[in-house]
Design a protein around this ligand. Structure first.
Ligand code: FES
Length: 167
C-alpha cells in the first residue's frame, strides 16, 4: 500500500490531517542541531510521498522548551519530540506520520508550559534572541513600506489618465 493510501485510512481533520512544527526560528534550537535540515528533510519526505495536501510542515518560532531541542511537534496528537537530529527525521516520518507510532526514544515528557533552560549555552548564543528581535523589526519595516507603496498606488491621482474611449 502506498504511503498516501495508507495515510488515507486515517481520520481527516481540518485543512490538514497532521500539522508538524519544527522550531527553526527560536533563539536556541539552531545551536542544538541543524533545524533547517530537519525542516527541509521533513518537507521533502512529505512531498515525495504525495502527502503535501494532507500533512503540513511549518517552521515555528520558539516553543518555550529551549535547551531541550531541536524541538518538533506533531498535531493533532500533540506529541512533542526533543533532541531531534537530521538522522531521526526518517524514523519520525515512517513511524509516526505514516504509521501512527510515536518514536518513544525521542518523546519529550516535561511538565506543561515553559520548560526553558538556557544557562548552559555559550554567551554568543544568547545574542541570537536580540538578533531575532532586529529581524522582526526589519520584517515589520518591510511590510510597512509595502503597505505604503500599495496605498500610494491605490490613491486617486489629480489628473487621471484619459482613455481614447472618452474622446
Ligand atoms: S528556541 Fe526552540 S524551543 Fe526555544
Amino acid at each position: 500500500m502506498s504511503p498516501a493510501a495508507l495515510f488515507g485510512m486515517m481520520r481527516p481533520m481540518s485543512q490538514y490531517e497532521k500539522h508538524v512544527f519544527v522550531c527553526t526560528h527560536g533563539p536556541y534550537c539552531w545551536y542544538d542541531g541543524d533545524v533547517d535540515a530537519i525542516f527541509s528533510t521533513l518537507k521533502r519526505l512529505v512531498s515525495r510521498n504525495g502527502l503535501k495536501d494532507r500533512i503540513r510542515v511549518n517552521r515555528s518560532g520558539c516553543l518555550n522548551q529551549c535547551g531541550h531541542g531541536p524541538m518538533v511537534v506533531i498535531y493533532p496528537e500533540a506529541v512533542w519530540y526533543h533532541l531531534v537530529q537530521v538522522d531521526d527525521v526518517e524514523e519520525i516520518f515512517q513511524a509516526h506520520l505514516l504509521n501512527g507510532q510515536v518514536v518513544e526514544r525521542l518523546r519529550y515528557n516535561s511538565p506543561p508550559g515553559n520548560n526553558k533552560t538556557t544557562g548552559h549555552y555559550p554567551s554568543p548564543v544568547h545574542r541570537m534572541k536580540q538578533m531575532e528581535q532586529q529581524l522582526d523589526q526589519e520584517r515589520q519595516a518591510a511590510r510597512d513600506a509595502l503597505r505604503a507603496e500599495i496605498a500610494s498606488d491605490a490613491a486617486p491621482t489629480a489628473d487621471p489618465p484619459t482613455s481614447p474611449l472618452d474622446a
